[in-house]
Design a protein around this ligand. Structure first.
Ligand code: 9MR
Length: 353
């Protein structure tokens, strides 16, 4: 159980307040989206609820902007804190888009999850095609982490320091970092990030670790070892990219709890639940159950500090571009109308802590 108690939000309060604000029309009472914003409901659990943010949508879509502000208490840049955006040429940084999101978050009382410092993806070509010695590449990584974390110092709540370092079988992923620097790059990255901002919470983040298995066990062994060695790691992020055609991660709460017992924070960092299109009522109900399972697992874990969805509307989702024939992965449909999954999340958060 979580450590906190707080006044339960009553059903009466839920139904008396319509979803309103910004360009979004107020929902009629009894409409599935009526009720307190997710962020208000989550606060009763001392939990922050978040979304990945698409900066083009934030700039150009008023409904998207209003919902981002109204529903969420933490935001994650979907792409604009990645290496190829931040440092497209060596030593030339472009923080402009990321700074916009940080300012947006400040204006709306939101915390920021920084994403991401060390990853094998979305690296600029000067990194991937450079003919580096190990010492040179270590210096490049050190500088990128130090410059980036220093720039955002004081503005980032949680940093995804290392992302997706494992294969499904629990071996370390073959990447430029592993190839050139060896497995020690992981500990180094956490140490360098901590030196640059000692107050940010530093996370290891990965997908397909929601359930126990070789990958999740390997992450568990890694973070246990890092803690034992005094490496400054604060948490583990469970991305939560699910697909209804596979079994839901029924043991997710138990799995998160073993990380909790190591003294780590946990978070659901990128939740979405895709399906083969077209969506129908059965699939949407399965999707709602999967979201609910992930949120309930977080709520049951004492130090699960945030539940973040990887986008909240089907209008802007990475899924159709990557999984042919699949989509409809988010809480709201393409017209920003709530799906059963939104109601499931709302209900879970409205339940007495
Ligand atoms: O949602 C992101 C998409 O817009 C990018 O094209 C893609 C590039 O790899 O990355 C997506 O976000 C990923 C996140 O950064 C890390 N975990 C998996 C996410 C979905 O692929």
């Amino acid at each position: 159980m979580r450590a906190f108690t707080a006044a339960a939000v009553t059903t009466a309060a839920l139904t008396s307040l319509a979803l309103a604000g910004g360009a979004q029309a107020a929902a009629p009472s009894g409409h599935p989206a009526s009720g307190l914003p997710l962020r208000t409901l989550a606060a009763a659990h001392h939990l922050r609820v978040g979304t990945a943010v698409d900066m083009d949508a934030l700039a150009g879509d008023a409904t998207y902007t209003a919902d981002t502000a109204r529903q969420f208490s933490t935001v994650t840049p979907e792409n604009v804190m990645k290496w190829d955006t931040l440092e497209p040429q060596q030593g030339t940084f472009d923080y402009s888009q990321a700074d916009k999101l940080v300012k947006f978050a400040e204006r709306h009382g939101q915390k920021v999850r920084g994403h991401v410092l060390v990853w094998h993806n979305q690296l600029p070509s000067w990194v991937t095609s450079g003919d580096w010695t190990a010492d040179q590449l270590r210096a490049v990584l050190h500088k990128h982490i130090t410059d980036t974390v220093t720039h955002f110092k004081g503005s980032i709540w949680q940093w995804d320091v290392v992302n997706e370092a494992f294969n499904e079988d629990g071996t370390l992923r073959d990447s430029i970092w592993l190839d050139k620097l060896g497995p020690g790059y992981i500990a180094d990255a956490f140490r360098w990030a901590h030196e640059a901002d000692p107050h940010a919470k530093l996370f290891y983040n990965d997908y397909n670790i929601e359930w126990t298995g070789p990958k999740s066990n390997a992450v568990y062994d890694l973070v246990k070892r890092l803690r034992a060695q005094g490496v400054p790691i604060d948490g583990v992020g469970f991305q939560g990219h699910l697909d209804i055609q596979y079994n839901p991660p029924a043991d997710m709460a138990a799995n998160m709890s073993r990380f909790d017992k190591l003294g780590l924070d946990t978070a659901v960092t990128e939740a979405d639940v895709r399906m083969t299109l077209p969506a129908d009522d059965t699939k949407l109900a399965q999707q709602a159950d999967a979201y609910r399972l992930m949120l309930d697992s977080c709520l049951a874990t004492r130090h699960c500090i945030s539940f973040t969805v990887w986008g909240f509307t089907d209008k802007y989702s990475w899924v159709p571009g990557v999984f042919t024939g699949e989509g409809a992965a988010n809480l709201l449909d393409e017209s920003f109308q709530p799906k059963p999954a939104f109601r499931a999340v709302q209900d879970a958060l409205a339940a007495r802590p």
